[in-house]
Ligand binder design. Sequence first.
Ligand SMILES: CC(C)(COP(=O)(O)OP(=O)(O)OC[C@H]1O[C@@H](n2cnc3c(N)ncnc32)[C@H](O)[C@@H]1OP(=O)(O)O)[C@@H](O)C(=O)NCCC(=O)NCCS
Length: 162
Amino acid sequence: MQVFDLNIEINSMHDVDLSTVASIERKSYDYPWSENIFRDCLLSGYTCLVAKRNDLLVGYTILSFALNEAHILNFCIDKDHRNLGFGEKLLDFLIAKSRSEGAEKIFLEVRPSNKKAIALYLKKGFEKIAKRPSYYKHAHGREDADIYLLYTSKIGYLDIQY
Ligand SMILES: CC(C)(COP(=O)(O)OP(=O)(O)OC[C@H]1O[C@@H](n2cnc3c(N)ncnc32)[C@H](O)[C@@H]1OP(=O)(O)O)[C@@H](O)C(=O)NCCC(=O)NCCS
């Protein structure tokens, strides 16, 4: 667990968090993951983290690790708590955690239309490396995903412990 200057605490996700996580998810995406998908992530041993401010759950992320690679499967801040720096704190944390667990690369997919998320990923040093065709559901069919990659060796000193 780590407490940040924005009064953000980052901890492992537990069953008790699932309904709040799913509710934030529904408000955030047109095609949200169900509560059961998050439960499966916990059961599958994925790294599932929640960010809380004064005990209020404001964001979460799901990561998988394989060999020397981490993959961000979900990353979200509650609508009412955006643009306050929480997304950046959570991303800094997961980058530091991935590196400490031996990940040399971190991958993620993002909709090309998701300008806010892309701005955050670029700010943290991620680079677009490829496209995954027809990856996402879309109102009129499917939408490609852009794949972004960060080499964790590119990141300098991060003052985050866990
Ligand atoms: C993307 C998301 C996580 C950003 O979280 P946030 O807490 O609002 O972000 P922060 O306040 O920490 O902002 C960090 C950076 O993100 C980018 N950003 C955030 N909001 C932005 C906005 N409205 N417009 C443009 N860039 C924005 C900027 O680069 C910002 O850095 P800056 O303040 O120095 O300009 C949040 O918008 C979200 O949860 N969106 C819905 C879920 C989602 O799309 N997840 C990503 C799926 S790949």
